[in-house]
Write a protein of this length. Sequence first.
Length: 260
Amino acid sequence: MKNIKKLVKTLAAVSTIGLGFATVSVGQAQAASLVPNQEGEIQLTNPDLQCLDPAQCIDTTSLDFGYSVTSLEFDPAFGESRLFADDRETENTYGFGVNSITLEDEDAGTNPNLGDIWFRPVAFEADGTAAEQGHLEVGKFKFDFEGKTANEVRLDFFDVEDGGFSGILEVNGVKLSETMISSMLLPGGLNSNIQTLVLTDVTDFVVQLGNPNSETFSTTGDGVSLAVSVPESENVIGLSALAVAGVITLKRRKRASKKA
């Protein structure tokens, strides 16, 4: 309860500088996930980040609520991250030979429930090698709804343990001010926690997942997975004033995993 009050208070402060504020039920029903219902690599708009294996490539622009994803630089020491739809219940290998990466069925630290598919970023070093052999779930991505406006977008962040890094950086092409960004970056929570942000009237947004230079985890970064959903009754509407709201739930897995 302490963490719930903390986040709601932070987002209420955002509303005082011009953004609407409302509360949203954590158990919100009838939400359609934008995470593909199959595992695979998300086709990014980056020309130099074509899918490692074309046979396992997912074109998100062809989904029911189509959207594109662009990977952005988040740290000079790293290249742009790749993004996958991943169920940790299965082990998957993408690419061939020295350029391949394997997403194992047990990660070093970021382990959602078996059977659940999440967006899983994979960070790469500047030289193009997968950071921590693909176990560093860190990345910065722009989601673009391709000319549509979503009435509501719900973002669930899994396993944010390093506070002040994961969250929303930009909405509808507008970079948030330092004050707003500090409010939209999530606090660190318990192992395997789930924290939620809800945006309304959205055409695109930029999200940061994880922190590669964590002081909390001296030998690894803080990996974070993401789920995105919109109401099933979603209508395409004209762009109007932006409203931001948020709720947070913290859940602990029955069996603790290593931190990453």
